[in-house]
Design a protein around this ligand. Structure first.
Ligand code: ATP
Length: 192
């Protein structure tokens, strides 16, 4: 099977994530997409997070109607911090029959050379990159570009940080969130 891996903190999951996941699934390059819920990513160690359990619940609610998506909590069981290279090598060894692609946005491509052991990572997976207008990847090294497949995508301008900001400043970001996720946040009084 061809499996796409899409990692993040999803704090909370929002409509931009749903939209990019749909684009990856529609690309024809993967059979399934696994969402890797990260405990605390190396570059966000100094930020507070809603609990892993709440973020996992919100992911299940967000993707329950979309076929071929699985929510993976594998990173919770692996040593921290959760470097992608560690997760991907673990999965490649556990599922030797499957072929993995890392799913990222074009904005992340320019930073890819800063990821831990990115060359080793590319030995285990391809890169599926969702296009984003006005993003420049002309400086990306050819070793990386050899492993890249671009897929069409219409970006939805939203981030988890923006949603947190709106909640804490008394605004209502309901339209940026799947309905069930919004209800869950309200019910559990998150991001207040
Ligand atoms: P933060 O604001 O905390 O950085 P985020 O909204 O970027 O959060 P993450 O959980 O960090 O959410 O993102 C998971 C993945 O989703 C990352 O690869 C990120 O590039 C991608 N992503 C985030 N927002 C969007 C969006 N609006 N459209 C497409 N991809 C997105």
């Amino acid at each position: 099977m061809r499996i796409g891996l899409f990692g993040g903190t999803f704090d909370p999951v929002h409509n931009g994530h749903i939209s990019i996941v749909r684009s990856f699934l529609q690309s024809g390059y993967i059979d399934e997409l696994w969402i890797l819920l990260t405990p605390v990513p190396p570059h966000k160690l100094n930020k507070e997070h809603v609990s892993y359990e709440h973020r996992k619940e919100m992911l299940h609610l967000a993707f329950q109607d979309i076929d071929r998506v699985r929510i993976s909590t594998i990173e919770q069981t692996l040593p921290k911090p959760s470097y992608t290279v560690q997760t991907v090598t673990h999965l490649a060894q556990k599922y030797p029959e499957d072929e993995f692609s890392l799913c990222i946005g074009e904005d992340s491509l320019a930073q890819f050379h800063t990821w831990k052991d990115y060359r080793k990572l590319l030995e285990y997976c391809h890169l599926l990159v969702a296009e984003r207008p006005e993003t420049d990847h002309s400086e990306v090294e050819s070793q990386i570009m050899k492993r890249v497949q671009f897929i069409p995508h219409e970006p939805v301008e939203v981030s988890s940080t923006e949603i947190q900001r709106q909640f804490s400043s008394g605004k209502d970001p309901q339209l940026l969130l799947p309905d069930r996720v919004y209800s869950y946040i309200k019910e559990h009084k998150l991001y207040q």
